[in-house]
Design a protein around this ligand. Structure first.
Ligand code: SIN
Ligand code: CO
Length: 372
């Protein structure tokens, strides 16, 4: 397994790791033609980076016509495609090799298609990333120095480091993988035409969390409890916000942040929606429990809609699935099975909580794949 105990102990969020010939790439995966046609699709987020355009580090946003792409020079550009794990199931299947990771931490798989000398420049990212070489060769230069000057070149479309001195050089060939924690400066340059698939993680900031938590409290909980005074006495310093008052505010906030308070519920809601690019659409026809039972008995398989995010939480003895922000109360056993794509595929008609499965199907988070 790629992501094991030693990886978390020694590398995760600590230091870079290169693994040679570590990733099994899916047998069929998109080549140049398929990617060029995806670049023309307005539902796909794509960006073209030209190192030497009319300005340095020029960025253009898709969709692109094939004439535009065919007119590009032979070197010095890259096209980046976001959310390819959702658009192309064969790309998404790569995530099975990362089973040891909390799935809700994974943002997307981005494919970068680069020609000779193609690059997005020296930069740092705020998130952990697994960079997997899918075809061609790419030379990565990295710098882990926490003291290094990380100022950016001014007035560019992109965040490019003004100073970058590589401390290590790593040549990645197909199947090789480089893991980088957040904040490590890196610069990957294609040595020929090729593809890098990057699995990006997500990590909300405290500001993201508190902003969203405040909105959620106001909407879902009638704003929550309000401040009340500690025992008061007549005061000389009437403008002073004193320590007992501050403590009461801290306690008010802490009560809302307690493990078994509303915050866990909010997190389920928030993280299952975080950076979700599309809302799952309900199916045309609603399904009832008996149709579900028959379909499962006849060999149909439950799958997750690639555009939903599902996770579950356990608080005391209660379990709940969250799918794209919506809560579905169920047993732990059901929650664990529904949120794990591998176990989901083995769910049979004997499953408890069939009504919840129907709700998830009818809300578009799950679908049934029937035998052809
Ligand atoms: C790339 O694959 O071209 C860029 C990915 C990265 O540097 O994070
Ligand atoms: Co990067």
């Amino acid at each position: 397994m790629l992501i094991n105990r030693a990886f978390f102990r020694d590398y995760w969020q600590k230091k870079p790791l290169v693994l040679r010939n570590a990733v099994n790439l899916p047998e069929t995966h998109p080549g140049k033609e398929a990617l060029f046609s995806l670049a023309g699709d307005e539902n796909i987020e794509s960006r073209l980076v030209l190192e030497h355009g009319e300005r340095p580090w020029e960025v253009h946003f898709g969709p692109f016509t094939s004439a535009e792409l065919e007119a590009l020079p032979n070197s010095g550009w890259t096209i980046l495609f976001q959310d390819m794990d959702k658009h192309l199931p064969e790309v998404g299947s790569l995530l099975e090799q990362f089973r040891g990771m909390p799935r809700w931490r994974i943002d997307d798989i981005m494919i970068s298609y680069a020609v000779d000398k193609g690059s997005v420049g020296p930069h740092t990212d705020e998130y952990d990333v697994f960079l997997i070489q899918a075809s061609g060769k790419r030379l990565w230069r990295i710098d882990t120095d926490p003291e290094a000057d990380r100022s950016l070149v001014a007035n560019l479309d992109m965040k490019i480091l003004q100073h970058f001195e590589a401390e290590q050089e790593l040549l990645l060939e197909p199947g090789d993988m480089l893991y980088l924690p957040p904040g490590i400066a890196h610069h990957g340059v294609a040595l020929d035409t090729g593809m890098t698939w990057s699995i990006g993680m997500r990590a909300p900031s405290a500001a993201d969390l508190f902003q969203a938590f405040g909105e959620w409290l106001a909407e879902e909980r009638g704003e929550g409890p309000r401040y009340t005074d500690p025992p008061l006495t007549a005061r000389n310093e009437s403008a002073l916000l004193d320590a007992p008052a501050i403590t009461r505010f801290c306690n008010l906030a802490a009560g809302e942040l307690a493990f078994d308070g509303p915050f866990a519920e909010f997190l389920g809601h928030f993280l299952s929606r975080y950076r979700l690019a599309h809302e799952p659409a309900p199916p045309e026809e609603a399904l009832d429990e008996s149709t579900l039972r028959t379909a499962l008995r006849d060999g149909a398989v439950l799958r997750q809609n690639p555009w939903t995010r599902m996770l579950w939480i356990r608080i005391n003895t209660q379990a709940a699935v969250f799918a794209a922000g919506k809560r579905y109360a169920c047993s732990e056993e059901t929650a664990a099975a529904l949120c794990d794509p591998q176990r989901l595929a083995h769910v049979s008609e004997g499953l408890r909580d069939r009504a919840i499965v129907c709700d998830l199907l009818n809300d578009g988070h799950l679908y049934l794949e029937r035998e052809p």
